[in-house]
Ligand binder design. Structure first.
Ligand code: ATP
Ligand code: MG
Length: 377
């Protein structure tokens, strides 16, 4: 039975992904209760109700379970016990088991391999024996913390075996994965929805450019071959089916300069590289998340215009001031999204801009205009 408007949905996590879910859900006539310990969280500010409690507060979890028809998340590092506790008395999508795999890079990569998919070569580094055993690994490589990494944090490049031990020490001896550094032709991602009946609906593939380990831009449509596009869609679909997933899932890929399609990682939720859907697709990735967790059919993923999404990091905020929004808002095809975060810090995701165009070149030209206005080269 579908969960229809008028019902209340639960959201674990109060960041910008939660905020955009809240906006989509409330637009469609649902109430949303957000659980996030931060009293000023972006999603909590727009929610019907915000529980500023810890994720292991059983009183808050009992309340969510009692009030909500379904609970979802915007944050893969929600403690597994929280999900297990909730799942005893309320529907939780995506499942605790899908989140569990996504929480740990080694498990995640092993899972991709089990689905018959290619990843960069990797080896677990969890102790000194593992360090020594990596002597024969194919460097250059990147040492990554197995858990809690995001925006390139917890990653150290190792040009050769000699760099490995200092890198492991720099990471504080936490469990890691050592991953071969790939010579990239480009990076792409796909956001998909998988429904109760197991039907998979993919948004168009986004081509992603990163700066300092953080997503900088997503460009759609991606300029990749039909063969690569088919391999990406097939791989993402296999992952969703292999997890028996329900909800919105994002999968990131490397396309190597020698033409291989390698799965990088997945996110069991909407994704930064899917923000272009807010203005360029018939359905946004957040409406799709509402539809999937409520047991509704998927909305159309049709792209109605080429688009270039640009992330607005705290770096574009002038010291003690705000960027020149007035000039940006004069541009009729530039769509501004801000997340309501008070403090702009370097590297902090404050919002994004979707630049639309008749052609992708037009969209990219508009993006250059916006960057010039905001003083970014
Ligand atoms: P997020 O969750 O924010 O996407 P993350 O911290 O989990 O980031 P990754 O996706 O593993 O990080 O890496 C961030 C970026 O660093 C990649 O998108 C890519 O640009 C670069 N990178 C990571 N691993 C490799 C690799 N093995 N070879 C080449 N580049 C890499
Ligand atoms: Mg990534």
């Amino acid at each position: 039975m579908a969960i229809l408007p008028g019902n209340t949905l639960g959201m674990l996590g109060g960041g910008q992904l939660g905020r955009m879910f809240v906006t989509a859900a409330r637009t469609m006539g649902y109430d949303v209760i957000v659980l996030d310990p931060d009293p000023g969280s972006p999603a909590g500010d727009l929610a019907s109700e915000h529980l500023a409690k810890d994720y292991d507060d059983t009183g808050a979890l009992d309340y969510l379970a009692q009030r909500c028809a379904v609970v979802t998340t915007e944050f893969e590092n929600i403690p597994a016990l929280t999900l297990a506790y909730l799942a005893r008395s309320v529907a939780v999508h995506p499942s605790a088991s899908a989140l569990h795999i996504a929480q740990h890079r080694k498990q995640e990569k092993e899972f991709f391999r089990e689905q018959g998919l290619d990843t960069a070569e990797f080896v677990a580094v969890e102790n000194n024996d593992d360090l020594e055993a990596a002597r024969d690994f194919d460097f250059p490589a990147i040492l990554k913390t197995a858990m809690l990494g995001y925006d390139g944090k917890g990653q150290v490049v190792c040009e050769s075996f000699d760099d490995l031990k200092p890198a492991y020490e720099q990471i504080g001896g936490k469990p890691c994965v050592l991953e071969q550094r790939i010579d990239l032709a480009c990076e792409v991602s796909v956001v998909l929805g998988r429904s109760t009946s197991g039907e998979v609906t993919c948004f168009p593939i986004a081509e992603n450019r990163h700066a300092n380990g953080i997503l900088d831009m997503s460009i759609v449509p991606a300029s990749i071959s039909q063969q690569h596009a088919a391999a990406v869609i097939d791989a993402a679909t296999r992952i969703a089916n292999g997890l028996d997933y329900r909800g919105v899932l994002a999968v990131e890929f490397f396309i190597s300069s020698d033409g291989r399609v390698l799965v990088n990682e997945m996110a069991p939720r909407p994704h930064n590289s899917g923000h272009y859907t807010l203005d360029a697709c018939e359905t946004s990735q957040f409406e799709q998340q509402v539809r999937m967790v409520c047991g509704l059919p998927a909305g159309s993923c049709r792209l109605h215009t080429p688009v270039a999404m640009w992330n607005l990091l705290g770096d574009v905020w002038p010291e003690g001031g705000i960027p020149d929004w007035e000039s940006v808002l004069e541009l009729e095809h530039a769509k501004l999204h801000l997340y309501g975060k008070a403090e702009a810090r370097p590297g902090r995701k404050m919002g994004h801009l979707n630049c639309l165009g008749e052609s992708l070149d037009d969209a990219l030209e508009l993006l250059e205009t916006v960057r010039a206005i905001l003083g970014v080269k």
